[in-house]
Design a binder for this molecule. Structure first.
Ligand code: SAM
Length: 219
């Protein structure tokens, strides 16, 4: 499973792509060392699992570049007791990283086949505790709110209103915001009724499709 031949490429990924670019959270670095990313990519491209770019996972979707997964996670500033929501399960890799850092992880995927495969991927490494839901994640998961941290791993026009409402006081929300031409990574933080936004670096993500995202013609 965590086969020997992937250990070196994984260690190189952590040192060259993450530590050298300023990922400093020790618990996060340990998570990136621990999770076998190659099990989350299609078997025919497993040898590229630790490369410095996103990979296709079917249905015109991708598993994000390792650095972007790490950066978004670091921006969430997670504490072990936090309850986290991910919108855009994809392969389940980001959820697996989150589950190394906190106990309660919920993730939503709109494409049923991807959600089912992600469940299998997570179960294969003993992470059945991650709750994978199928549906429109732009509506969030009201029955489980509030969330201390929310990460949206697809490009939204802006933060979907329901997700703002489901963010706990002191909560952090990280997303790529913008359209087809490219987006900026943003972090939104709630303090009481005030939600502030930081605009970070330019990124390129697949679109967030849903009631509070883009219409499905953009898929
Ligand atoms: N986090 C994923 C991983 O670790 O593999 C990569 C996510 S991929 C870049 C974006 C995902 O968001 C796709 O799987 C896509 O189907 C999903 N998505 C897009 N709109 C969605 C929505 N409204 N609700 C849930 N998932 C959505």
């Amino acid at each position: 499973m965590g086969e020997e031949k992937y250990k070196k490429p994984r260690e190189r990924m952590v040192v060259e792509q993450l530590e050298r670019r300023g990922i400093v959270d020790e618990r996060l670095l340990a998570a990136m060392r621990a999770v076998p990313r190659h099990l989350f990519v299609p078997s025919n491209i497993r040898n590229r699992a630790y490369c410095d770019y996103p990979l296709r996972i079917g249905h015109q979707q991708t598993i994000s570049q390792p650095y972007i997964v790490a950066l978004m996670t670091q921006l969430l500033e997670l504490k072990p007791e936090d309850k986290v929501l991910e919108v855009g399960t994809g392969s389940g890799y980001q959820a697996a990283i989150l589950a190394q850092l906190v106990d309660k992880v919920y993730t939503i995927e709109r494409i049923q086949e991807l959600a089912e495969r992600a469940r299998e991927n997570l179960a294969a490494i003993g992470l059945e505790k991650v709750k994978v839901e199928i549906g429109d994640g732009t509506r969030g998961l009201p029955e489980e709110m509030p969330f201390d941290a929310i990460v949206i791993t697809a490009a939204a026009p802006s933060v979907p209103e329901p997700l703002k409402e489901q963010l706990a006081d002191g909560g952090r929300l990280v997303l790529p915001a913008g359209g087809h031409g490219g987006q900026y990574l943003e972090r939104w933080t709630r303090q009481g009724e005030i939600i502030s936004r930081e605009k970070l670096i330019p990124v390129a993500f697949v679109p967030l499709i849903g009631e509070y995202g883009w219409p499905s013609g953009m898929a």
